[in-house]
Design a protein around this ligand. Structure first.
Ligand code: 13P
Length: 259
């Protein structure tokens, strides 16, 4: 029913030469027979070149950020319409690095979500708590607040053309992933919160887990009923790791359970 997805967030990494080598390796390893969606999200400046290299390939391309504004006088920003114009189909909104390091609040993230969908892009909406918030027992409150900002602005139906990603801040780039049980608990909470507004949309929505996913822990994370794949940072920069994570998502026990 829900097709698993594995998306690589390259963050601010890469070069023309490195990207080309990584993609060549990926193209030879990512199998068309896998019943999953695979995507990579390079920095803005490489989007066009990456898309050219992946033309006709099954790997989709997304951006890591987008402006909430329509095209206009916003120096340094990139409009959703521009991403759509170059053939980009996905965009990450509300990544914790954007929220934390660049002051993006729930309202701005909700506006970016709208801008992305208005341009025909599929937003990958990220939510997640800090370690302090988890330790204080606030995990559900925080992810609910982040999700509700989008639900209020766009409505539950809008999630029919979106992807949700649970990325606990304390698990990002730390080597300390959420346990499968911790991930499942939050994914289930998010899905049931959406289900209260629209059960059909909630049942169809893909919720990815992100935060120190690697080949060694992907299978046990993806085996959870509400974990529909992963948003992968560091491990997406290594073709062998990334393809093994994709293979874990494509394993019959994972993919089959969602058909
Ligand atoms: P890591 O996989 O490097 O922990 O990063 C996760 C992430 O932030 C993906 O968006």
């Amino acid at each position: 029913m829900r097709r698993p997805m594995v998306a690589g967030n390259w963050k601010m990494h890469g070069s023309r030469a490195v990207n080309q080598g990584l993609l060549e390796e990926l193209q030879s390893r990512v199998s068309e027979a896998w019943p999953i969606d695979v995507a990579v999200c390079p920095p803005f400046v490489y989007l066009t070149e990456v898309m050219r290299q992946l033309e006709g390939d099954l790997i989709a391309v997304g951006a890591q950020n987008v402006s909430a504004e329509a095209p206009g006088a916003f120096t340094g920003e990139v409009a959703a319409a521009m991403l759509a114009d170059i053939g980009c189909t996905l965009v990450i909104v509300g990544h914790s690095e954007r929220r934390r390091l660049y002051g993006e609040d729930d309202t701005l993230v909700a506006r970016k979500f709208v801008a992305a969908q208005t341009a025909g892009l599929t937003p990958i909406l990220c939510v997640g708590e800090t370690l302090e918030e988890r330790d204080a027992g606030q995990t559900e409150g925080v992810v609910a607040r982040q999700l509700d900002a989008v639900l209020r602005t766009s409505g539950a139906k809008a999630l029919g053309k979106a992807i949700l990603a649970y990325e606990p801040v304390w698990a990002i780039g730390t080597g300390r992933n959420a346990t499968p049980a911790q991930a499942q608990a939050v994914h289930q909470f998010l899905r049931s919160r959406i289900s209260a507004q629209d059960a059909k949309i909630a049942a169809q929505l893909r919720i990815l887990y992100g935060g120190s996913v690697k080949a060694a822990n992907a299978a046990e994370l993806f085996a959870n009923p509400d974990v529909d794949g992963g948003l992968i940072g560091g491990a997406s920069l290594n073709a062998d790791e990334f393809q093994r994570i994709c293979a874990a998502a494509a394993a019959p026990a994972v993919a089959g359970a969602r058909r």
